[in-house]
Design a protein around this ligand. Sequence first.
Ligand code: CP
Ligand code: NVA
Length: 313
Amino acid sequence: MATNFRGRSLLTLLDLSTADVRYLLDVSHLLKAERTGFQVDQRFRGKTLAMLFEKRSTRTRCAFETAFGEEGGHPVFLSSSDIQLGAKESIEDTARVLGRMFDAIMFRGFKQETVDALHEYSGVPVYNGLTDMFHPTQILADLMTMEENLGQLSGLEFVFTGDGGNNVANSLMIGCAMMGVNCTILAPEELHPEGELVDTVRGIADRTGASLRILTDPSEAIPGADVIYTDVWVSMGEEDQAAERIKLLQPYRVTEEMMEMTGKAETIFMHCLPAVKGNEVTMEVIEGPQSVVWDEAENRKHTIKALMVASLL
Ligand code: CP
Ligand code: NVA
């Protein structure tokens, strides 16, 4: 656990090395193991965290807020209807003011450029809690959950099925490549990930020995999968595309038949949540014995706490 993460931001997983991710996962496992409730630490005592939200959230908000608050820190929730962000005041000026008052900033919203600007102008660690492009803290929890359930990351066969160009799929591709997980994005052609990102991820995969496949046919993608992962078909901010997506994505729903198609009884089902049961996954699968979605949700808190411990202490 040699990596020094102090003072760093997490804007996209592309900012991290394999050793950085390994370090954050190791700290996450340690923090989870010590969560007995008998020991009260005050690691963030006297520290403040600004939490900026342009979009809704249950897990990400609660993970940041409880992880920081339980350790004696003071998290301040600021929705875009509360502050001037981008409306009456530029992102750059907001960042400079927040940087004078807070020890760290987390942001959930639309543009990746906003979280990048917060980092550039605030001078404090900034955490991306989801943008249209990426969702890096989600993937730390996903990798932790895979490790817990399957014992290792390197060499696993991972399949994401659904909206293959969304924020979660983009970040999963990067995280998998970085940790030596063989990743398949299974999606209709219209929803394949963007070419430039695929090329970048292939470069990472070449270094770690992982593979990256972008496929359209479930019968080619699913056999041999250790993990089947999906996300909503319509992400926040894309509500006007709902009808088209639902039509396009029918063959990509995770069903019991798809789980059987892996040929492995121990394949796990993952979903970042919230889920639209009956759309991207059937009730039987998400509520079934192969589903690890509640572990995955809990691990948001341990990994986010690890990120803040690593960057703030
Ligand atoms: N997975 C996730 O980010 O959930 P929330 O939208 O509830 O934060
Ligand atoms: N792709 C989803 C993820 C929610 C956690 C969205 O952006 O709405």
